[in-house]
Every structure is written in C-alpha cells, then in structure tokens.
Design a protein around this ligand. Structure first.
Ligand code: DGL
Length: 273
C-alpha cells in the first residue's frame, strides 16, 4: 500500500464568508491562480454578519476557521468584509498559517488611486462601525478624508438578483448622494455583494469616480502571500475544489451561480462543531 503525502504547497486554500458573497473573491482566485485548489465555506445558517455584533462575528469566524483547518489548508482567505473588519487580529493571534483579509488590498488601492484625497467607503453596518477601512487607509495616507456609509439594502438586492432597474437605482441614490455631495473621487465597495451592483453604483456616483472592487486586489495579495511563503501550487492541475454551506445548500447553489459567474456542481452541508 502506498501512502500519499500531499506536499504543503499543493494543499488547498481555505476561504470563508458569511454566505455566497465570498464567491466574488473565489471568481478572482480562479482567474489569477487557476492551479490552486480551494475549500469554500459559506456560513448560510448565520448570514447576514453585517447586522451582528462584532463579538458574534468573531466567534463565527473562529468556528469557520476551525472547520477549514480540518482540510489541512495551507492558508485562509477571510472573504467577508464584515469578518475581516472585526476578526483578523483575533484569528492571526490564534492560528499560525497565513491569513489574507479583504480590507488591506482595497484600502491600499484606494489610497493609491485618489487624486483629490476624498475616498468613500461603503459596507455593512458592522463593517462601517468597525472603522477598519478608515484605519487602514489612514495608516497609508494620514491626510486623506474618508466618508463611510452603511448600505444594508444592497445585500438583499444583490441576492434577489435586482441588479438594475428603478428600485435599485433609487436606493443607490439614497445611500450614495451624500458621498457624491462630499465630492469623493474614489469609492471602495467594502462588501462582497456590491460588485454585482457596480453598474448602478457607477451610474449614481458618475463615471469620474473610481470604483474599487476589492476582490481582484485580494487575489493579487493572495498570490503574493503564497509566493513569499513558498506555498504556490507546484502542479499545473485542474483542482478538485470543494464548496460547503452551513444551511440551505440548494439556495446556495442557485444564488451562488450569480456571484461566481458559473454553476457550482456540488455543495455539501457543513457541520461546524
Ligand atoms: N459578506 C458580507 C460582507 O462582505 C455581506 C453579507 C453579510 O452581511 O453577511 O460584509
């Protein structure tokens, strides 16, 4: 009998989110790192995280992380903005494998792109309350002015597939007009769901405002982290990716297709404890 030992660099990358939203990050990982195998966990039983307290989100994040460790993952991507903005320090303290969150890549890109020094940040209520983007952007550039706004209705609109049309446009105007009035020239989409609404958002803020969808910056950061830790997959393979959801697996498959841009063939139910 031969025992196969998987080399560390060929182990999967773990990714978690509160639900389907993190699939926007997975889509970019597939594009930038096609040979990497992923294990994805969507915590659909407890979504949304964006309206929960940071204490609860921290606890959920630890449990999600522990679930992914069962698959011998070589690193973890916290694809959820709410989880990243509240839980990265506690996760980094507790777990010793590389962890990439979604705040820093988006913040760096925004700080690098703004010309007038006025950046808008939109996200869930918990993300905005945490001020994680503000702190990260200010760390890079002290003089920048940041205007943040929670846009809670964007999450259900994206999940319902209401990506265009009057209702979505009116809600976007309601949320974003105060930022337009502050003359932001850069807008960070600080939530997994907002890239789906990019067209409407862009119509409201105007074509001169640069919109930052952090998913692509995250994929670059993941590639850099793997490279610097010598963890890039050494095989040119078609990886066997796995998808898990903590509840409503069929709904995950249905809605997930819109976020990933293709069908997810198999989603398994995850039992966390
Ligand atoms: N994934 C969450 C985020 O990026 C949005 C959905 C939720 O509130 O759980 O913040």
């Amino acid at each position: 009998m031969s025992i196969q030992i998987t080399q560390i660099e060929n182990r999967p990358i773990g990714i978690f989110d509160s639900g389907v939203g993190g699939l926007t990050v997975v889509k970019e990982i597939f594009r930038v790192l096609p040979y990497e195998e992923i294990v994805y966990l969507g915590d659909t039983a407890r979504v949304p995280y964006g309206t929960k307290s940071s204490e609860s989100v921290k606890r959920f994040s630890i449990e999600n992380f522990e679930f992914l460790l069962r698959f011998n993952v070589k690193m973890v991507i916290v694809a959820c903005n709410t989880a990243s903005s509240t839980s990265l320090p506690i996760l980094r303290n507790r777990f010793k494998i590389p962890i990439v969150g979604v705040i820093k890549p988006g913040a760096e890109r925004a700080a690098g792109l703004t010309k007038n020094g006025k950046i808008g940040v939109i996200g869930t209520a918990t993300t905005v309350k945490s001020k994680a983007y503000e702190k990260e952007i200010k760390r890079i550039c002290k003089t920048v002015k940041i205007v943040s706004k929670a846009c809670p209705l964007f999450v259900p609109l994206a999940e319902e597939g209401l990506l265009n049309g009057k209702i979505t446009f009116d809600i976007a105007k309601y949320y974003l007009n105060p930022l337009v009035r502050k003359r932001i020239d850069t807008l960070v989409l600080g939530c997994t769901h907002y890239p789906l609404l990019k067209k409407v958002i862009s119509r409201v803020v105007g074509k001169d405002v640069k919109i930052i969808d952090s998913a692509s910056s995250v994929a670059e950061e993941v590639a850099n982290t793997l490279r610097s830790n010598k963890l890039l997959s050494s095989e040119s393979r078609k990886p066997a990716n796995s998808f898990f959801a903590t509840d409503a697996v069929e709904q995950f498959v249905k809605v997930g297709k819109r976020f990933l841009g293709k069908k997810i063939s198999k989603v398994k139910k995850a039992i966390l404890s």
